[in-house]
Design a protein. Structure first.
Length: 77
């Protein structure tokens, strides 16, 4: 079980873009990027949500984790 860390900074994800940053124990000494995309239906609209998670190694066995969230209405007229 992993505990959710308090974000260093976070934006309101109810808007079109959001971002969170965390500093955690380093799990890999390499830069990593993970992109996930999902499509949801909300209020009759088709919305695409893309999350980009980046792990950037820091000094002292720590890593900076950045998660950016983008929302886009892809409903066809």
């Amino acid at each position: 079980m992993t505990a959710k860390k308090q974000p260093i900074s976070a934006d309101d994800v109810s808007i079109k873009e959001g971002a969170e940053e965390f500093i955690i124990e380093m799990q890999s000494p390499y830069f990593q990027e993970e992109i996930t995309t999902e499509t949801i239906m909300k209020d009759g609209k088709k919305i695409e949500i893309k999350k980009i998670k980046v792990s950037e190694p820091l000094d002292n066995n720590k890593a900076l984790i950045s998660i950016k969230t983008y929302k886009k209405d892809i409903t066809r007229a």
